[in-house]
Design a protein around this ligand. Structure first.
Ligand SMILES: [Zn+2]
Ligand SMILES: [Zn+2]
Length: 358
């Protein structure tokens, strides 16, 4: 049975022009898979894109990262519907996720196995050749890192693999040891997963920073020993109280709030490690002297996820990585506007997932 010619999809033309409409169904060429989409999470990045952020749209059409009309949604999962020539290891109906980046396979980073730093930096959802999962079908092009999921996985769990992988990579970048005191700022779905994974590394203490009470409560369930609210206390002072005056040894920034950087520098002990994972909404203002002349800090970046999908999948399968409660809302594709608004504005929303209309 061959696939239909047309499918429904959420198609991005420009930041403000996004339409639910017919789009050609992709076909599996050699080395490719076509998945029937089961669910796709909405990422903070997808929302930032609809606000016309400079990182997405540049200063002119020539400098735009987005090459539309394209279909957003890099946090997708689906069942194998069509298997291209030469693809082995998959059967029709297998539940599959693909890593969020579509590596070029040719640049220095791809050739040395560091595909997540590919200089082309093509993330699903922002280019026509890398259409994402806000559609009935999605193509997994050749060169993508696809992963088959265990039969026990729910659609929610499958859609969460990508954000959890991003969190796990940041935690790995921090190189947590058992005598570390780890502070994680921002308890969105990724921050909560970071608290979970950081706790599995058994440091001395995991401290979460969060302003929303619903998320603060969840942080405890996900492995934070202490949760601090920067609107109610001086976070750095509290962290110092908890660490005999020294400060924390690791600060992972997952809030995207520019103020979190100065807060992190204040919280950190001498020789502390600062990991930047959140995507900042504005330029950061902080005293750079803290890094050198002050505390001799190590500043570490974290981009996408590196070789961690298999560990995330194993962790979920074993029950070590929590997924319950992270998906708070599910909407059909046709209600994408409501879904975006919920993801952005509803204080109870964590991960919002879009599914094809029944
Ligand atoms: Zn994402
Ligand atoms: Zn590359």
């Amino acid at each position: 049975m061959s696939l239909p010619e047309k499918m429904k999809a959420v198609v991005t033309y420009t930041a403000s022009d996004i339409r639910y409409e017919d789009y050609p169904v992709p076909q599996a060429g050699p080395g490719e898979l076509v998945l029937k989409v089961k669910g796709t999470g909405i990422c903070a990045g997808d929302i930032k894109c609809t606000h016309g952020g400079i990182r997405f749209w540049g200063t002119s059409p020539e400098t735009a990262y987005v090459e539309g009309p394209c279909i957003q949604g890099h946090e997708f999962c689906g069942t194998v519907e069509e298997i291209g020539e030469g693809v082995t290891g998959y059967e029709k109906g297998d539940l599959v996720v693909a890593e969020q980046i579509l590596p070029c396979g040719e640049c220095e980073f791809c050739r040395t196995g560091q595909y997540w730093m590919c200089t082309r930096s093509a993330v699903f959802g922002f280019k026509q050749y890398a259409n994402g999962g806000f559609a009935e079908y999605v193509k997994v092009p050749k060169g993508c890192k696809a992963h088959k999921l265990p039969k026990t996985f729910t659609v929610e769990q499958a859609a969460l693999v990508e954000p959890i992988a991003c969190g796990m990579h940041a935690v790995e970048q921090a190189g947590i040891r058992h005598d570390d005191v780890v502070v994680i700022a921002g308890m969105g779905p990724i921050g909560l997963s970071m608290a979970n994974v950081a706790n599995l590394a058994m440091p001395k203490c995991v401290i979460a920073i969060e302003v929303r009470p619903e998320r603060a409560a969840m942080a405890k369930e996900f492995g934070a020993d202490v949760v601090l609210n920067p609107l109610e206390c001086d976070v750095a002072e509290e962290v110092k109280k908890l660490t005999g005056g020294l400060g924390c040894t690791v600060y992972i920034e997952a809030s995207g709030n520019p103020k979190s950087v100065a807060q992190g520098f204040d919280c950190l002990a001498n020789h502390g490690r600062f990991v930047q994972m959140g995507v900042m909404s504005a330029l950061v203002e902080t005293d750079f002297n803290t890094i050198g002349d002050g505390k001799e800090l190590t500043i570490i970046g974290s981009h996408l996820s590196a070789l961690v999908y298999p560990a995330v999948i194993r962790g979920i399968e074993k029950g070590l990585i929590r997924t319950d409660g992270l998906v708070t809302h599910t909407f059909p594709l046709s209600e994408f506007k409501k879904a975006y608004e919920t993801a952005e504005k509803d204080p109870a929303a964590l991960k919002v997932v879009l599914v094809p209309d029944a």
